[in-house]
Design a protein around this ligand. Structure first.
Ligand SMILES: [Zn+2]
Length: 342
C-alpha cells in the first residue's frame, strides 16, 4: 500500500497539489514499464484522486513518446483522452443518484474484450466504486480476475470499506491523505496570492486540494463560505430559544419547500461540522490546526465557554443530522435539534 502522507513539493510535472509519494510511485511504474493491471485510489472526496487518475491515464495513453511519465497534451490521443472520447478508455460512471448495475459492468467487459484484441491498452475507470451494486461488484471481480491483453483498471473510492476484499486485494492500493497546509500555502503563493489570502484559503481548504482549487478560482464562493461560517458562529452567541427562531428564519429564506430547505441544510452541515471541529481542536490545545482561522477569536471564546462534552455533542448532532436528512426528516426539526445540542 502506498500512502501520500509524506508528500512534500509540487515539482512532480503533473502539477498535482501534494500526494508526492503516490505520484512518484505511479511515475516510476510508467518509466519502468511496470504498470499494474489494477489500481485502487482511496481517500475522501476533494483530495485529488481524479486529478491523479487523469494525469496517469494521459501519460499512459499518450503516443508522442517524448516523456514516459508525462503526456504531451497536444497529440491526437491526448486530445481524445482529455475529451473522454478515446475508444479504449472506458469511463463507468453512474447516472445521477443511481448505482452501477451488473448490465453496465457486462457492457464494460465486452468493450474491454474488443480492445484487448488490438495491441494497445484497454482501460476501465470507475471513479466511484462504492456505487457498484453487489452483483455488479461480483461481475467486476470476474473481469479483474481474468484480464485479457493489456487491460488496466483504475478504481477510486471514498469508502474503501464498502469494496469487497476480493477486489481490493487484486489492486495496488494508493491511499490519499489530507495535504499539509504548507504545501497548499506554497501552491497558492506560486499562483500569485498574497500571504494573508494564501493562509486563509489554505486553512479553509482543510487539507483538500479540491477545495483549494475551488476557492482560488472563485473568489465569490470563498467570501460566501466565510460569511456562512460567521453566520453559524453568530447563532451560538444567542440564547437557545433565539437560536432556534433564527435558524428557522434562515431556512425560510433558503426556500419554501421541504426539498430546498433540506438541500440548504445538507450543504451547510459540513461548514457547521468544520466550526465544531475547530472548537474541539482549540479545546485540545491545537488551535494552529483550525480551518476557519479568520474566526479564531470567536472560536476561542466558544472553546472557553463550552466543555469538551458539549462540543462533542454538537459534532455528534451535526453527523446525526446528515443521516436524518437522508431519511427525509423535517429540515426544521433536524436544524433545531443541532441548535439545541449545547
Ligand atoms: Zn500526447
Amino acid at each position: 500500500m502506498v500512502s501520500s502522507k509524506v508528500s512534500s513539493k509540487n515539482d512532480d510535472k503533473w502539477g498535482v497539489i501534494g500526494h508526492r509519494s503516490v505520484v512518484s510511485y505511479l511515475q516510476k511504474n510508467l518509466s519502468n514499464n511496470t504498470v499494474a493491471s489494477a489500481y485502487l485510489f482511496t481517500g475522501q472526496e476533494g483530495l485529488g484522486k481524479n486529478t491523479v487518475i487523469e494525469k496517469f491515464l494521459a501519460a499512459l495513453m499518450c503516443q508522442s513518446h517524448k516523456d514516459p511519465i508525462q503526456s504531451c497534451q497536444s497529440c491526437a490521443i491526448c486530445k481524445q483522452v482529455n475529451g473522454r472520447v478515446h475508444p479504449d478508455v472506458n469511463w463507468l460512471e453512474p447516472e445521477e443518484n443511481k448505482s452501477i448495475s451488473v448490465a453496465e459492468v457486462r457492457d464494460l467487459r465486452s468493450r474491454l474484450g474488443q480492445t484487448a484484441l488490438l495491441n494497445s491498452y484497454a482501460v476501465a475507470v470507475i471513479s466511484q466504486t462504492s456505487l457498484l451494486s453487489e452483483a455488479a461488484a461480483n461481475a467486476l471481480l470476474k473481469i479483474i480476475e481474468e484480464p485479457k491483453g493489456k487491460t488496466i483498471f483504475l478504481l477510486a473510492t471514498d469508502k474503501p470499506a464498502l469494496l469487497p476484499r476480493t477486489i481490493s486485494s487484486r489492486c495496488q492500493v494508493l491511499q490519499f491523505q489530507p495535504v499539509a497546509k504548507k504545501i497548499i500555502f506554497d501552491y497558492l503563493i506560486a499562483q500569485g496570492f498574497t500571504e494573508d489570502k494564501s493562509n486563509q484559503i489554505a486553512d479553509l481548504s482543510a487539507g483538500l486540494p479540491g477545495q483549494t482549487i475551488k476557492y482560488s478560482q472563485d473568489g465569490l464562493l470563498f467570501e460566501e463560505v466565510m460569511s456562512e461560517v460567521s453566520q453559524f458562529i453568530d447563532l451560538w452567541e444567542l440564547s437557545p430559544g433565539k437560536r432556534v427562531g433564527s435558524i428557522e428564519r434562515i431556512l425560510a429564506d433558503a426556500g419554501r419547500d421541504f426539498a430546498a430547505k433540506s438541500n440548504w441544510l445538507k450543504n451547510h452541515l459540513p461548514i457547521w461540522l468544520g466550526v465544531a471541529r475547530d472548537i474541539m481542536l482549540t479545546q485540545n490545545g491545537q488551535s494552529s490546526l483550525v480551518s476557519n482561522s479568520f474566526e479564531s477569536g470567536r472560536i476561542l471564546n466558544l472553546a472557553k465557554l463550552w466543555s469538551s462534552r458539549q462540543t462533542l455533542s454538537l459534532i455528534n448532532k451535526c453527523q446525526q443530522a446528515h443521516i436524518n436528512l437522508l431519511t427525509n426528516a423535517s429540515p426544521n426539526l433536524v436544524a433545531a435539534n443541532v441548535m439545541l445540542s449545547v
